[in-house]
Design a protein. Structure first.
Length: 317
């Protein structure tokens, strides 16, 4: 496996800079929301005089990376926090059913993301689309018994409480936010129409494998073929580094699987083997989340067409 490459940016002498961060291009700066630009400028004022090399510089880059990831995850983190709080403290005899309370909380979180300009209007339609495609899959999967929700509340469609769609929206929110926060660039990115076809086939397979052959291994082979040579380049602060795209997909799928374990422990939903008592989600679900990642990535590229790193000709089309 190729080692990540660390490429310091120009101007690393510790001198203050006039731009919005030393590692941010004009295009990516315009991609930030107003609140994020303010945070970016404040961080630049604090960090610009810090060491550009040595252990402290490495620690700064690691801290900035973790903070950016946390900022990108804010929708999902808030939703997961609400689910845990409901598990621990929501009264069983409350007039408002727990699932309805979760739905209201999810709506308020989404509205807060817009009011406080944590998401742009350009990104919202992708998040809404991911919400809708997720809800459609929830309706089918609960009907065939893949997993289930508590039968309570009125804010639901069939057996599916409406907050479930926001869990898919949280994944979409992370994807669009991490794209601009890290100023993502890609080398050897496959054609968007090809990735869209594969994403559509993945989505269809989530339904059709209940009736015909499960094509997930064929789809995984197609993913490896398309993205096997792709590298993702991302900014931290002074440093731009790169990693194999497939490795990034796997890492995000693992993170979602961990969050799913927390959510099922909290009773947000249950798989059949958890109904008699909670147990960890099967590691086989990592494959499902990996495939779901491809759907979300394809949707994000409709809003943010993949750009090549400096020196390459043009983005994927």
């Amino acid at each position: 496996m190729a080692e990540p490459e660390f490429t310091p940016e120009s101007g690393e002498t510790g001198e203050p800079r006039d731009s919005v961060g030393p590692s941010r291009t004009d295009d990516s700066a315009r991609g930030l929301t107003r609140l994020e630009r303010s945070i970016d400028l404040a961080a630049e004022r604090i960090l610009s005089r810090k060491p550009a090399s040595g252990a402290r510089a490495v620690a700064i880059e690691c801290a900035v990376f973790l903070l950016k990831q946390a900022w990108a995850c804010v929708f999902g983190a808030l939703l997961l926090a609400v689910i845990i709080a409901a598990k621990l403290w929501y009264p069983d005899d409350a007039l408002l059913a727990r699932n309805d309370a979760l739905t209201i909380a999810a709506v308020l979180i989404q509205l807060g993301m817009l009011v406080f300009r944590l998401e742009s209007g350009r990104e919202l339609w992708v998040i809404v689309l991911f919400h809708l495609t997720g809800t459609a899959m929830e309706l089918f999967k609960t009907d065939v018994g893949s997993w289930s929700y508590e039968a309570e509340g009125v804010l639901r469609i069939g057996a599916v409480p409406l907050f479930s769609g926001f869990m898919y929206a949280a994944v979409g929110s992370y994807m669009v936010r991490v794209y601009r926060l890290h100023d993502l660039r890609f080398s050897r990115y496959p054609k968007i129409w090809l990735t869209t076809v594969v994403a559509a086939a993945i989505y269809a397979n989530f339904f059709t494998h209940h009736f015909i052959f499960d094509l997930r291994w064929v789809l995984l082979a197609a993913i490896a073929l398309l993205w096997g040579r792709t590298f993702m380049y991302f900014r931290i602060w002074r440093v731009r580094t790169r990693a194999p795209q497939l490795l990034v997909f796997a890492g995000v799928a693992l993170f979602i699987w961990i969050a799913e374990n927390i959510a099922t422990w909290a009773g947000a939903w249950l798989y059949p083997n958890q109904e008699a008592g909670w147990e960890p989600v099967s590691p086989q679900k990592l494959v499902s989340w990996f495939l779901l990642m491809i759907i979300s990535v394809a949707m994000v590229t409709w809003v943010y067409p993949p750009k090549p790193p400096a020196g390459e000709d043009r983005p994927a089309a």
